[in-house]
Design a protein. Structure first.
Ligand code: SAM
Ligand code: SF4
Length: 333
């Protein structure tokens, strides 16, 4: 599928739920969001029908996200059934890792290929501050479980937020001894912006990928590690829009995703599907096309028509828009 700007669209990110077992300060209010009721979220048979049609339209890769995708009951079966759909050759997951110790082996056996785990700090107290209810061991154990289950690559994603004063070098060093691919993501203006209570997006909190790399390189030089080297030829599979580097002799890589400082809209290959059946042409847009009605009716031609409209409506770029009606947990990050 080519959109009106000539981009090939072959990637669908699916939010399985807007619920989550964490309440990260930049993603959800403390009290949580008013969760969608059961009837509003896409049933698995509807989701599978959508993915089947998507595959005939050229979608090859699917990422499951949320909310926390692993809190949705039956997710292992869903992966197994998606994996059987002709044309779908890569299913991946974005998770906070909490449920991986219980589920990683089953997910792998069901055909899940790759896992991204979100971890924003290496400090236990700060982890609980950011997630409001989590303990760092939960996510660290999740990373161990993903490696043990044999996922490759295992990526660790950290959103860089200036006021959190994160230890970027400490993160980058996670790539030294294990095949972990650490990625820093610029803080994006999604959901409400400028929360007076210190939560929510503010421009002053954005740290560019270049600045993060400079901080890492300065610290690494001081420790005798040498600087990050461009990782030509050794990008992890499904690298997406990240720029990858590695330390000399490291098992993993260090990547930088810069949606703000270096737009990658020109190579955007994705659509997003929200848990309640809204097909979204762009993360930074409030446009949502109803695909649930067509899926409920089991009308494949109508599902295909919604894909055609979504692709036709993909904007050329996000034009530095700030704030969206829905937060990341509702859009599907
Ligand atoms: N619960 C899962 C998790 O945390 O990995 C999946 C959903 S979460 C919304 C997906 C990713 O979006 C997480 O890595 C999270 O850190 C990231 N995210 C949330 N709000 C963001 C923002 N404003 N800018 C950049 N990344 C954000
Ligand atoms: Fe949950 Fe992920 Fe949002 Fe944190 S970032 S509240 S783990 S959905």
């Amino acid at each position: 599928m080519k959109d009106s700007h000539g981009r090939t669209i072959d990637y669908l990110r699916i939010s399985l739920t807007d619920r989550c077992n964490f309440r990260c300060i930049y993603c959800m209010p403390e009290e949580g969001i008013e969760s969608l009721c059961h009837d509003d979220i896409l049933r698995f048979d509807e989701l599978l029908a959508i993915v089947r049609v998507a595959a005939t339209k050229g979608i090859r890769r699917v990422r499951l996200t949320g909310g926390e995708p692993l809190v949705r009951k039956g997710v292992v079966d869903l992966v197994r059934q998606m994996n059987d759909i002709p044309g779908i050759d890569d299913i991946s997951l974005t998770t906070n890792g909490v449920l991986l110790p219980r589920m990683a082996a089953d997910l792998k056996a069901a055909g899940l290929k790759r896992v991204n785990i979100s971890l924003d700090t290496l400090d236990a107290d700060q982890f609980t501050y950011i997630t409001r209810v989590g303990a760092i061991e939960q996510t660290l154990d999740g990373i161990d479980a993903a490696l043990e289950a044999g996922f490759n690559p295992v990526k660790v994603n950290a959103v860089a937020v200036r006021r959190l004063n994160q230890d970027f070098l400490g993160f980058a060093k996670l790539s030294l001894d294990r095949p972990l691919h650490v990625r820093f993501i610029e803080y994006m203006p999604v959901g409400e912006s400028g929360g007076a209570d210190g939560t929510g997006w503010g421009k002053e909190d954005v740290i560019s990928a270049q600045e993060i790399r400079d901080i890492i390189n300065e610290g690494a030089r001081a420790e005798g590690l040498g600087e990050l080297i461009p990782a030509e030829g050794s990008r992890p599979e499904g690298g997406g829009p990240a720029e990858y580097y590695h330390f000399e002799g490291a098992q993993g890589t260090v990547g930088f995703i810069s949606p703000l400082s270096r737009h990658f809209c020109g190579s955007c290959n994705r659509l997003r599907l929200s848990a309640d059946g809204g097909l979204m042409p762009c993360l930074f847009s409030d446009e949502r096309l109803d695909i649930k009605t067509a899926a409920e009716a089991g009308d494949e031609a109508a599902i295909a028509a919604v894909f055609d409209r979504a692709i036709g409506n993909k904007p050329d770029e996000h034009h530095d828009r700030v704030g969206t009606e829905r937060g990341m947990s509702q859009i599907g990050g």
